[in-house]
Design a protein around this ligand. Structure first.
Ligand code: GUN
Length: 294
């Protein structure tokens, strides 16, 4: 078996192209800039870091971002009242509620309360339903970013076997809907796997495009992947490390084992992560346009 020249699919050039386009469009707008409010509950380390990245990126493209932090013990009623207030605020275009929430808060109740025009995460029932009907305009950021990456690197999906190891409403389900669409970067045959899937490696080995997002660092090596596959690694796992932070970020793919074996793979960090943030900026601009409509 000869070693393959595995392409590393970096997210940064794709994210930069999206952000440049958003920045240019924002610069031409008259009046106030697009605005987004980030709601965070508690001090979960990963959530703090994600919201910081989102706020920084917003300011870099000329979007006004504001972060509101609530105590871990904040009630569902208090959060719902805040969302209703933001829904009615004409100076707010986008509302993002950073997940996960503390256990005493019903996440669906909160997500459902967001005005669908301001739903920059695409998590409301309305936007989820539209996506499955094939006419969504506010699409969850990580799946939308994956499709942008496939387009940028000209990785065709039509007629391909795509296996997604994740069934969440943030990644797996919306990605399946996108890849099933009647469109150039849709038309795939999609299989969604999850924690009850049996003989997982038999299924993942069929994939032309394998999307990993199950939170198991380094779990997917050659036993799970066919040669010639494209591996999209959405895993963001903190693994203990002897450095200042005490951890490093690793994906679900065993990158070392797969490099030289698969056709292409996204690195972690530096693959899908930057795209999630870039698509959020694109969605915020879209929400601004939606909110301008009568
Ligand atoms: N938590 C993990 N990923 C996401 C995301 O894409 N959006 C929000 N709001 N929370 C998350």
């Amino acid at each position: 078996m000869c070693a393959r020249n595995t392409r590393i699919l970096f997210g940064k050039p794709v994210a930069d192209a999206i952000l440049t386009s958003v920045r240019k469009k924002v610069a031409t707008l008259k009046g106030r800039p697009p605005s987004v409010v980030f709601l965070r509950v508690g001090d979960d380390g990963a959530s703090v870091s994600y919201v910081k990245q989102k706020a920084k990126c917003a300011s870099e493209v000329g979007i006004q971002g504001e972060t509101r932090v609530f105590d871990e013990t904040t009630t569902e009623e208090r959060l719902l009242a805040e969302i209703i207030r933001l829904n009615e605020d004409p100076n707010v275009d986008g509302i993002l509620v950073q997940l996960p929430f503390p256990k005493h808060v019903n996440t669906l109740n909160i997500l459902r309360a967001v005005d669908s025009k301001k739903d920059v995460d695409g998590f409301t029932d309305v936007n989820g339903g539209r996506l499955w009907q094939g006419d969504g305009s506010l699409i969850p950021c990580t799946p939308a970013g994956i499709v942008e990456l496939l387009k940028y690197y000209r990785i065709a999906t039509e007629g391909k076997q795509v296996v997604i190891v994740n069934r969440s409403s943030i990644v797996g389900k919306p990605l399946a809907a996108l890849l099933l669409r009647h469109s150039e970067f849709g038309n795939a045959t999609v299989t969604v796997c999850h924690s009850y899937t049996q003989n997982l490696s038999d299924i993942t080995k069929q994939a032309d495009i394998l999307v990993l997002a199950c939170g198991k660092p380094h779990a997917f090596g050659r036993d799970y992947v066919k040669e010639s596959a494209v591996v999209i690694d959405v895993g963001i796992n903190r693994v203990p490390a002897d450095n200042e932070r005490g951890y490093m970020i690793r994906g679900d793919a065993d990158m070392e084992a797969l490099t030289g074996y698969v056709d292409a793979l996204t690195p972690v960090p530096g693959g899908i992560g930057p795209l999630t943030v870039a698509m959020l900026m694109k969605n915020t601009l879209q929400a601004y346009y939606l909110c301008q409509q009568p």
